[in-house]
Design a protein around this ligand. Structure first.
Ligand SMILES: Cc1ncc(COP(=O)(O)O)c(C=O)c1O
Length: 389
């Protein structure tokens, strides 16, 4: 067994795809200590920098004092403390839905939703760049899988028309793609729903708190709030906490409670996470300046990197991919940047397609202008050294 695993690991190393865990210590919303040196964190998904907000930390602390450090039981057994009920009610209302069901995290929510709701005879149409949790969930489903070209509604429609199955049809897409940072054509997908009687399952993990006038997510941007069949998103990104939720009609949620294994057989979230999510939600509902400040930073960072000549794909939000191409070259550039105190990750196959290895940079509200200037200047220098610009 060890021999076989070592061979695979050696192969991964030779291909330049080896991943080692990097231990860090957070110093502030945007700075971390890594290898005993201060780095600017350019890969946090805490887009609104709420994980360090005093009100949220306080809410987590108070909940720990009141409820203890853990729930120590699955939700179905004894873990559904009243904070769940409050958070479910408020997150559903915020997003324009009537009902919500909280899962312990996004990966488990996706696995639970798709593997439970789809069955033999059904068909799932999935964007080719969907997140690993969506891909994984489809592998656990007995439905037929059809992959359509990334954000290509014509290809999707062609594939729906061609399909002769008599079961239910589901379109599964991320709202903001986690590795490319671009936006799903949700309006056009919604038109297909009307025409072909398909159900839409949307993963708005990266859109929540970021897109739309009120920041409720990608649906709001397209004027579709509350109209998707199965809406899933997480508390672990812009909301700065942990956990995930599904918004759908009551029967569907009731079905998940009774059938989704990743809901039924896992320990419920700690009270501190639920209270932190609730506090974060209340803050962003009251005050859209969190979102506005984030967008000022996104525009500044993207504008400067684009003007410098980087290939940023069609990213349109806080996730900015800097495409390098070859794996080894991407690693080299990452090393140069780490050396200069920029902490960001090289994303390589199988996470992204071969030949499109990249540095994935995320912009957060907490960046000060001088931090962004330093990041831009350093990226430009490294980009020139590597012949990218
Ligand atoms: C699009 C998308 N869906 C789901 C998840 C999983 O969510 P969680 O981190 O809560 O497990 C992630 C990433 O973490 C993601 O990027």
């Amino acid at each position: 067994m060890r021999e076989r695993l070592s061979e695979v690991l050696q192969d991964i190393k030779e291909k330049g795809n080896y991943r080692a865990i990097r231990y860090i210590k957070p110093l502030s919303a945007t700075k971390i200590l890594y290898n005993s040196k201060e780095h600017l964190n350019l890969c946090s998904n805490s887009y609104l920098s709420l994980h360090v907000h005093p009100d949220i930390i306080n809410a987590a602390r108070q909940a720990t004092e009141e409820y203890g450090s853990g729930t120590c039981s699955s939700r179905s057994v004894a873990g559904s403390i009243d904070l769940y009920e409050e958070l479910e009610r408020e997150i559903a209302a915020y997003k324009g839905y009537g009902n919500a069901l909280i899962f312990s995290n996004g990966y488990m929510a996706n696995i639970g939703i798709i593997s439970t709701l789809t069955d033999m005879g059904d068909v799932i149409f999935s964007d080719e760049l969907n997140h690993s949790s969506l891909i994984h969930s489809m592998r656990l489903s007995r439905a037929k899988k059809v992959i359509y070209k990334h954000r290509d509604v014509n290809d999707l429609e062609k594939k729906i028309r061609r399909d002769r199955s008599r079961g239910r049809k589901f379109i599964v897409t991320e709202s903001i793609f986690s590795m490319d940072g671009d936006i799903a054509p949700l309006r056009d997908i919604f038109e297909l729903k009307k025409e072909y009687d398909v159900h839409i399952m949307l993963d708005d993990a990266h859109g929540t708190g970021v897109f739309g006038e009120k920041g409720t997510g990608l649906e709001e941007l397209f004027g579709l709030s509350g109209s998707i069949d199965v809406h899933m998103a997480t508390f672990g990104k812009a909301l700065g906490s942990f956990g995930a939720f599904v918004l759908a009609d009551t029967i569907l949620l009731e079905y998940l409670v009774n059938r989704a294994k990743t809901f039924m057989y896992t320990t419920a979230l700690p009270p501190s996470s639920l209270a932190a999510s609730l506090a974060a939600l209340r803050l962003i509902k009251m005050d859209i300046s969190f979102k506005e400040e984030l967008w000022e930073n996104i525009d500044y960072m993207r504008g400067n990197l684009m003007r410098a000549g980087f290939d940023l794909k069609e990213s349109a939000g806080p996730i900015i991919p800097i495409v390098v191409g070859e794996d080894a070259k991407t690693i080299k550039m990452q090393e140069i940047l780490m050396e200069k105190g920029l902490f960001l990750q090289a994303i390589r196959p199988p996470t992204v397609p071969e030949g499109t290895s990249r540095l994935r940079l995320t912009v957060v509200r907490g960046f000060a202008r001088d931090e962004m200037d330093y990041a831009i200047e350093t990226l430009v220098q490294a980009g020139k050294t590597m012949g990218l610009i």
